[in-house]
Write a new protein. Structure first.
Ligand SMILES: CC(C)(COP(=O)(O)OP(=O)(O)OC[C@H]1O[C@@H](n2cnc3c(N)ncnc32)[C@H](O)[C@@H]1OP(=O)(O)O)[C@@H](O)C(=O)NCCC(=O)NCCS
Length: 224
């Protein structure tokens, strides 16, 4: 029995003509930890309110790298069918450029997923953010049969909002949060299955077997 036989989620991959989402192995985890620690925000930017992005932390090395690893391993350790979060490496031409996450609580009842993501700074602004979200939405709607996908971003985070608007999300109100000692407005976003219009025939899901669906509390018949 291999590790993937015991934990079949490891085999899950989503491929598009431009990139691949994959469950990271040890080498990929190290690459992502280094990228996360190197920083994902332009330090000069006065306009982008830094987000508390999952698994990313600035600070001295190697604490920042370890913080990413802890986050990753905690998401695995906490996995239950009733509450899971899948952290996938985003690979472009063999390099790990960032992270795309998808999670759900009681998916069999809610039919709802939420997503989060980051890309290493030098790979931002090249369309990868939109492409990886399109890939994870394909997994959610076509693979898991989701009804709805939620997301959120600070009102000042133009690239993150840009990804959501361009994929058809609509605003689902705002939440005011305290962050970094300041008042921050968060825009909540939702994409319903009806508004998810994927005409992409180049996106493929690999390794989504019955055991994985069980681990994700997917009870409905998906249209994959
Ligand atoms: C948010 C993030 C994942 C987006 O990925 P990206 O590769 O930089 O974005 P893309 O190049 O795919 O652009 C996506 C859309 O946003 C638009 N956009 C990108 N940067 C923008 C900016 N600075 N201002 C306005 N629009 C912008 C693009 O034009 C594109 O829209 P279009 O398809 O309608 O042209 C990436 O910038 C990132 O990792 N940022 C830091 C971490 C973060 O903020 N994560 C999200 C937390 S909520």
């Amino acid at each position: 029995m291999t590790l993937a036989d015991i934990w079949p989620v490891r085999r899950l991959r989503v491929t598009t003509s431009a990139l691949e989402l994959a469950v990271p192995g040890e080498d990929e985890l190290a690459e992502l930890a280094i990228r996360a620690a190197a920083g994902i925000y332009d330090p000069q930017s006065r306009f982008l309110a830094r987000s508390p992005v999952a698994g990313w932390e600035s600070g001295p090395s190697p604490q920042a790298e370890r913080s990413f690893l802890r986050y990753y391993w905690a998401s695995l350790a906490d996995w239950r069918p009733s509450r899971w979060n899948l952290v996938m490496a985003v690979k472009v031409d063999g390099a790990c450029v960032g992270v795309q996450e998808i999670g759900a609580q009681d998916f069999g009842i809610t039919g709802t997923v939420s997503t989060g993501s980051w890309i290493a700074r030098r790979f931002q602004g090249r369309g990868h953010g939109k492409e990886m979200r399109a890939a994870i939405l394909h997994l959610a709607f076509a693979g898991l049969g989701a009804d709805r996908a939620d997301s959120a971003a600070w009102s000042t985070n133009a690239p993150s909002l840009g990804v959501s608007w361009s994929l058809g999300y609509r605003s689902n109100g705002t939440t005011i949060r305290a962050f970094d000692g300041a008042r921050q407005e968060q825009i909540n976003l939702v994409l319903d299955r009806e508004r998810w219009e994927s005409h992409r025939d180049d996106i493929a899901i690999h390794g989504l077997g019955d055991e994985v669906l069980e681990l994700m509390d997917v009870k409905r018949a998906a249209s994959r």
